[in-house]
Design a protein around this ligand. Structure first.
Ligand code: CTP
Ligand code: CA
Length: 222
């Protein structure tokens, strides 16, 4: 990192960032979750704050310290993250959905600890609401950025999510086999309606700064 301060070109704007995994309860002592560390989302929140934005970070459970200049709200489940995202997005201009939201939750959360009985156990799951799509429907004018975690057909799947969720920009990364989740470095492929850009492998802080550069230029050109 150079010593030069980032330009305060997001001053006066409010950005909301979701980050980390969600945690979907099964019973009073167990939950479903995923390998997200939250590092890339936290780095994006820090990079937005460094550009002068007021930043609200809506975070699933992580081991991370709150970045400088960022207001953090802790949540566990996808439904909690959705409720707080809708509230924060109502007075924001930029929304970045970096959270690894659990796609499904238990259809019924057991009130007591599930007992070990049969030789197998079948869990019935229900689809969680899509936070980005729901926030978009509520806030048509918001500048919205999503992530796409893929193990195959990166461009095709990422462009599909960009268009289905009506996003302004999507940041795609390869996951699995030690890539991206719970690692220090990351690489992103960015897609927006009229273009694309590769951010080569670098620290998550450096990747976040380059992503925020692209957010600023697309936001200013909107
Ligand atoms: N996302 C969301 N709400 C969900 C699931 C995902 O807002 N219930 C957001 C993520 O934060 C991310 C983007 O959608 O910004 C893409 O997440 P991803 O898991 O790659 O895609 P899905 O739409 O969930 O599709 P699939 O998992 O089947 O690839
Ligand atoms: Ca998913």
């Amino acid at each position: 990192q150079t010593g030069a301060a980032a330009p305060a070109d997001l001053a006066g704007l409010h950005a909301v960032v979701t980050a980390g995994p969600t945690r979907e309860p099964l019973d009073p002592v167990r939950f479903l979750t995923n390998r997200s560390s939250g590092k890339q989302g936290y780095a994006v929140a820090e990079a937005l704050a460094a550009r002068g934005a007021r930043v609200t970070l809506i975070s699933g459970p992580t081991q991370l310290a709150t970045p400088r200049g960022v207001t953090r709200i802790d949540v566990e489940s996808a439904e909690q993250m959705l409720g707080l995202s809708l509230a924060a997005a109502a007075e924001a201009q930029i929304f970045v959905g970096a959270a690894a939201v659990a796609d499904y939750r238990a259809s019924e959360v057991a009130g007591e600890k599930i007992k070990k009985t049969g030789e197998s156990l079948t869990l019935v799951l229900s689809k969680n609401p899509d936070i980005l799509a729901t926030v978009r429907a509520a806030q048509p004018g918001l500048f919205m950025v999503g992530f796409a975690a893929e193990t195959e057909k990166l461009a095709e799947h990422a462009r599909g999510k960009l268009s289905n969720k009506k996003l302004n920009l999507i940041a795609a990364n390869w996951v699995g086999n030690g890539k991206a989740f719970d690692t220090e470095d990351n690489a992103l492929q960015l897609y927006w309606p009229e273009g694309e850009q590769e951010i080569p492998a670098a620290s998550k802080a450096e990747v976040a700064r380059q992503l925020v550069d692209r957010i600023v230029s697309l936001y200013q050109a909107r």
